[in-house]
Design a protein around this ligand. Sequence first.
Ligand SMILES: Cc1cc2nc3c(=O)[nH]c(=O)nc-3n(C[C@H](O)[C@H](O)[C@H](O)COP(=O)(O)OP(=O)(O)OC[C@H]3O[C@@H](n4cnc5c(N)ncnc54)[C@H](O)[C@@H]3O)c2cc1C
Length: 481
Amino acid sequence: MTPFATAAEMRAVPRSPGFRNGGVSYWFRDVGLPARRPALPGGADYDVCIVGAGYTGLWTAYYLKKARPDLRVAVLEREFAGFGASGRNGGWLSAEFAGSKRRYAATHGKGAVVALQRAMMASVDEVVSVAEQEGVDADIVKGGMRLVATNPAQKARLQEEVAELHEWGYWPEDLHLLDPRGEPRLQVDGAVAAAYSPHAARVHPAKLVIGLAAAAEALGVDVFEDTAVSEIRSRTGGERPCAVTPAGTVRADHVIRATEGFTAGLHGQRRQWLPMNSSMIATEPLSEVMWRHIGWERPEVLGDTAHAYCYAQRTADGRIAIGGRGVPYRFGSARDSNGATPPQTIAELWRVLARLFPVAAEVPIAHAWSGVLGVPRDWCPSVDLDPETGLGWAGGYVGSGVTTSNLAGRTLRDLVLGERTELTQLPWVGRRVRGWEPEPVRWVGTRLVYGLYRGADRRESDRVSRTSRLAGIAGRLAGRE
Ligand SMILES: Cc1cc2nc3c(=O)[nH]c(=O)nc-3n(C[C@H](O)[C@H](O)[C@H](O)COP(=O)(O)OP(=O)(O)OC[C@H]3O[C@@H](n4cnc5c(N)ncnc54)[C@H](O)[C@@H]3O)c2cc1C
């Protein structure tokens, strides 16, 4: 099989008559794009100003107002709440934390990394329980996570990864290999091994972000949409930190950057986090016969263990939504348009879908979309608040921000309130990392790394039964290891 989809394959993808490409995401098509909240009318003064109304910004605002109802909190959003990755993701509310555990352990010790992993598991339950308390109906079902291997190299890697994670905070009941004979459910074609963790829920991303914005507003948070921030400025002399917008400047004691994959667009942040694309397709609903054939009875989220891995969910309305990398990076950190996805990426995602679930290959694709996530130079997420400058941030979650953003929101609350808590001791707090290389090195490097990962996947599916050396080269080049 060719590494990239051919023109014939692109033409062969079955599309439904109402097929949409972009338009933010299938999730927003499902619920309808929201009416926009009013923009910031002019300069203003707040206690805390948050830039970006995705999960990170909204969780931070929500928890701050819950803890201190008297605080004046504003959220400034360029488009509308959920326009970014928070309204486009795969809906894996999982305990996975991106980043090298060894790197965090090098600065804080292994025990702190274990504490971080346990905090992630607790965060899955926290999101489920807040959604319930706040009446946010986001199709949340905690059905766990299943990872499958479809060739011997993936199987070896999965086994090693499970053993490795048992050293870093996952106990056997938190993650274990499945015995295929004892687990007849969920028939993934070609699966040679699988692992299961109960610490994951399936969510409808847009319903979650819409509900979260409403919950924050109900507590008294001011959310301004259609309000683009061009620059965030530190405290200088007697001047408080601020966020600059065309309508005016918002001054606050603390300004929090929660712009993830869009961060490069802010003044002075171009090389901070690399905006990496991830793309998805959603099928039309599958018939009951097909679901029975596949055996995906419980809504566990599903992923594979390829280097260019895929992630999938069974949606509440009976579709398969599946995603992967696509075109990883645009030259010069160019910004996402409205989620429009190249035909080649659509064909490659469909290829994965058809390989894992041949029966679903005849189901037309209803929607394709893309979004951006933020990747720090060392691939390790961070959260911090600098009392000197008054500036805070959280992000660089790579592909695992649905749950991590909740942990970030509670951590930023404690940092803003000046409280030393278990959360503020976690090893991702205060992590500083150098920026990415300038162009064209950044673009060439990213292309090369993802070319190597694809090459490694191809070799593993054709020839080698252990992890291909190409993947190791890619990991070192990327700075992941
Ligand atoms: C296709 C895709 C699939 C994914 N799947 C998963 C998954 O299944 N599980 C998982 O854990 N993670 C997943 N992720 C990652 C996850 O969605 C993100 O990590 C998470 O949503 C980040 O939330 P955020 O609030 O930090 O950023 P975002 O949701 O991107 O929000 C940032 C907001 O800031 C706004 N903004 C940006 N710049 C400015 C500015 N200058 N002024 C004002 N506002 C601004 C943007 O419009 C945006 O609304 C996926 C990501 C993508 C793209």
